[in-house]
Design a protein around this ligand. Structure first.
Ligand SMILES: [Zn+2]
Length: 873
């Protein structure tokens, strides 16, 4: 498809389907290149549709064989068919059965959408529009059907045959073949269909629901990887228990299965009863996975499991409502992880991710509302805005209406819409009723794109004992939305004195810590303010906004010491560092404020209280954080340099403190992925990384010793990254040894690739090109591509944005090479250009030229054409 052929889909054009499909019977006979599918559908006209005439089914690249209407072979003038659709000219008025036979070649499916071959299995991915690559169908989420799936395959090739629901039948056939029949009693949209067949190992367990039903749990992996599933299984059981306790949701089938595959475009997929995972998010052992890997496994297992209610039992009416399932389910998995680990640490990490991924998206050409109203290619809307900002919106809703009304609203939502395909409006109505509040203005969070700015100004009146706070909202223009309406913001805040929060009043009553800003600007007068306060605004990051408030260094130090809100204590450390970094970007010779160094020393001294939190406070704002703060004409090299100077200064001035921290945080005994231990490791490794920034031989020796002695991947990777960054022979030696050590472990080699792709060195581009020839690398495997190329373009600000434009040209060539085979993967890489407009002129010109060059190419996929065109618009 050429770029000009993009045809937008609009929310305003939504019509209910003209037909409904009550049942689907799929008969799948698997062969590597010639898989035969007979799909038998029972159809009827939708009583809610005025639509007349032909039945039009979606298809994508299908080979049609034959069709039958109510058991009778259809004459060829009764229908028209192409790889992209099937149309029955005169469907009966009464309910009828339509059977269609198609052929497909799973081994040639490199898009990894529909039915394809992964390393050791046939598997499927149907969200968003992959089911139409398996059979002709009304491939839209508001058509809910009961599925029965019969799979037949060679026993030797695929002893394991899985599909959604419960297994009702299985047996042997002639010629070494066998079959299994699966029935899913819960009506579901086609995007939740799944099937897996292959020679896989299985680990089993069980879970008893709170009503006493026994559920069999099975995790399928490649042979030899059974020992890497224990953590995923444990996380699954904890997720199931948590959803019962926190949301009253119980699992509903007799069996819950997870399959880990090595070729997968996404993280994981919540198919009913049969989740399919990127193996990266299932397999975890202390020797192969880092603490962050363990946390990600836990979060993603939970996320996909939670979809069983928020996504599967209640699904989306159309793809514009994607945030209905994703934003809500991310919120649920964030709450789960917060309950399992440290809540403040989880919150800070989530906000860091939001700011780095979503804020940069929201501030660039790809900005779109949480619920978009138009798209060219839905695959391009699995974004940080839909997921992460979508979760923030649910969080704000809870903050605004309170825990009790939120819980009542969720209950109402589950009760009212179970088995339905619904909209954001349906969702919000439940909370409006539960809280008896008008949520009309709140709805703007779903409709208006861009990151709002809140400007705060305050003044203390010593004599009156009052504090005047003015809050003003600024909504910057974004693509397609030049003017915006004022939005509703929950702002948690407090006034902090030398010894902590001041017991202030608002409107004569004790202040409860929350204001709801609905106007463009509003003034609040707090009473009982007996000492000069520092405002602690946006506590817990209560709204996804950019906060602008003039706090000087003394004020930030007060918050750092005395704020009762952990998020804002962390924020104070970051704001302080950011002030210094911005000065250093302008003038690298600016001396570093000694009060900041003293504050970091203080943090380290108290580090044992909450090591994970201290580690987060010790980490300086990232290069993208600094770039975002600068806003435009960003020179990534100057940003990098400023950050290096501050790191070197801290390393030099805090050497003894950092060494003491490393020593204090060292643990004896076996590794445990538990949050407490992970926190100690993160502080120790943060201190190690910082001290090595000073480049002293002692520091590098300490890193080398840790690399040699480490008994877990967290410590080993941390030392490797630090050594590699030093660009010394010791670094090269460690890289070499690591490669040898993990030769047969693709997921670990991915980390090794990533570490090198991130190096902020002139030679990195050549190194990345060379690594593409490593036998472990493949342009066909999404995990390998993301580890090397994805890391280079999204996590290496200086080298992707090289002043000579070579970084852009390299990535563009890769994107064009991948696009014909896997458009989704290619489009995701192209998103790395999302902040190109904020760069200084030289790089901006080069990036624009590269984007234009991509956009001009004939034969681009819709995925890539869409991102290229929107990036340039
Ligand atoms: Zn999801």
């Amino acid at each position: 498809m050429t770029a000009a052929a993009l045809e937008p889909v609009r929310l305003a054009d939504y019509r209910v389907p003209a037909f409904l499909i009550d049942t689907v019977h799929l008969d799948i006979r698997l062969e590597r290149t010639q898989t035969r599918i007979v799909s038998t559908l029972t159809l009827r006209r939708n009583p809610h549709s005025a639509g007349q005439g032909a039945l039009k089914l979606d298809g994508d690249g299908l080979v049609f064989v034959e069709a039958w209407l109510d058991g009778v072979s259809l004459p060829s003038d009764a229908y028209s068919v192409s790889p992209h659709g099937f149309s029955l000219h005169q469907p009966p008025a009464e309910p009828f059965t339509l059977a269609i036979e198609t052929r497909l070649d799973p081994s040639a499916n490199t898009q990894l959408m529909g039915l394809y071959r992964s390393n050791s299995a046939y598997c499927t991915q149907c969200e968003a529009e992959g089911f139409r690559r398996i059979t002709y169908f009304l491939d839209r989420p508001d058509v809910l059907s009961v599925y029965t799936t019969r799979i037949e395959a060679s026993f030797q090739e695929a002893p394991v045959l899985l599909a959604n629901g419960n297994r009702t039948e299985h047996g042997s056939l002639a010629d070494g073949r066998h079959y299994a029949v699966w029935h899913d009693p819960f009506p579901k949209p086609s995007y939740l269909f799944a099937m897996v067949a292959g020679d896989l190992a299985m680990v089993a367990d069980s879970f008893t629901t709170r009503s006493g039903r026994e559920v069999r749990l099975e995790i399928y992996v490649e042979h030899g990887k059974e020992d890497r599933c224990a953590y995923a299984m444990d996380a699954l059981k904890r997720s199931m228990r948590w959803d019962e306790q926190a949301f009253g949701r119980e699992y509903d089938l007799d069996i819950f299965m997870i399959v880990a595959v090595s070729d997968f475009n996404m993280g994981a997929m919540e198919n009913k009863g049969l989740n399919i995972f990127n193996d990266k998010y299932v397999l975890a052992l202390p020797q192969t996975a880092t603490d962050s890997d363990f946390a990600a496994v836990e979060a993603i297992i939970a996320h996909e499991y939670f979809h069983n209610w928020t996504g599967n039992r209640i699904t989306c009416r159309d793809w514009f409502q994607l945030c209905l399932k994703e934003g809500l389910t991310v919120f649920r998995d964030q709450e789960f992880s917060s309950d399992q680990r440290s809540r403040p640490v989880k919150r800070i990490n989530d906000v860091k991710l939001l700011r780095s991924q979503q804020f940069s998206e929201d501030g660039g050409p790809l900005a779109h509302p949480v619920r978009p109203e138009i798209y060219n290619e839905i695959n391009n809307f699995y974004t940080a805005t839909v997921y992460e900002k979508g979760a923030e919106v649910v969080r704000m809703l809870k903050t605004l209406i309170g825990d009790e009304a939120f819980a009542a609203g969720m209950d109402l939502y589950f009760q009212r819409h179970d088995g339905e395909a619904v909209t954001i409006e349906d969702f919000l109505t439940c909370f409006a009723e539960a809280s008896r509040r008008d949520l009309g203005q709140f709805m703007l969070w779903y409709r208006q794109s861009g990151t709002p700015e809140i400007r705060a100004e305050g003044q203390w009146d010593e004599e009156a004992g009052t504090y005047h706070l003015s809050l003003k909202q600024i909504l910057p223009p974004t693509p397609g939305q030049p003017n915006k309406q004022p939005m509703l913001f929950p702002i948690r805040l407090g006034l902090v004195g030398e010894d902590g929060d001041l017991p202030v009043t608002l409107d004569g009553k004790p202040f409860d810590g929350l204001v709801a800003l609905a106007e463009s600007e509003r003034n609040y007068v707090f009473g009982n303010v007996r000492q000069a306060p520092v405002p602690s605004l946006l506590r817990g990051f209560s709204a996804p906004v950019k906060l602008t408030v003039a706090l000087d260094e003394e004020a930030l130090l007060t918050l750092l010491k005395a704020d009762s809100d952990p998020f804002n204590r962390w924020q104070a450390s970051q704001s302080y560092a950011l002030k210094l970094l911005l000065r250093l970007v302008k003038d690298p010779t600016t001396p570093v404020d000694p009060r900041f160094i003293a504050a970091v020393r203080g943090l380290l001294a108290g580090g044992a209280v909450d090591p994970a939190f201290t580690a987060l406070s010790l980490a300086l704002p990232s290069e993208t954080d600094i770039a975002r703060e600068i806003g435009n004409d960003v020179d990534p090299q100057a940003v990098y340099q400023a950050r290096s100077i501050l790191r070197r200064t801290l390393a030099r001035d805090l050497q003894a403190d950092l060494l003491r921290t490393i020593e204090n945080m060292t643990m004896a005994g076996p590794y445990s992925p538990q949050a407490a231990d992970a926190g100690r490791r993160s502080l120790r490794n943060g201190a190690l990384d910082l001290i090595c920034a000073g480049g002293t031989p002692q520091a590098l020796d300490a890193a080398a010793a840790q690399f040699d002695k480490a008994d877990n991947m967290t410590d080993e990777m941390a030392a490797l990254a630090t050594l590699a960054l030093s660009a010394t022979p010791a670094g090269e030696r460690a890289l070499h040894n690591f490669r040898e050590r993990y030769d047969n472990d693709p997921l670990v080699i991915d980390k090794w690739m990533g570490v090198q792709a991130m190096l902020p060195l002139e030679a990195t581009l050549d190194r990345v090109k060379e690594l593409m020839h490593d036998p472990a690398f493949s342009l066909h495997n999404p995990n390998r591509v993301r580890a090397l190329i994805g890391t280079f373009c999204s996590a290496n600000q200086t080298q992707f944005n090289r002043a000579d434009g070579e970084g852009y040209r390299f990535v563009a060539d890769i994107i064009l090479a991948i696009d014909p085979k896997n458009p989704q993967l290619a489009a995701r890489l192209l998103v790395a250009f999302k902040t190109w407009r904020s760069l200084e002129q030289g790089r901006r010109t080069l990036a624009a030229a590269t984007l234009r060059d991509i956009a001009r190419r004939p034969g681009l996929s819709r995925d890539v054409a869409d991102i290229a065109q929107r990036s340039l618009a």
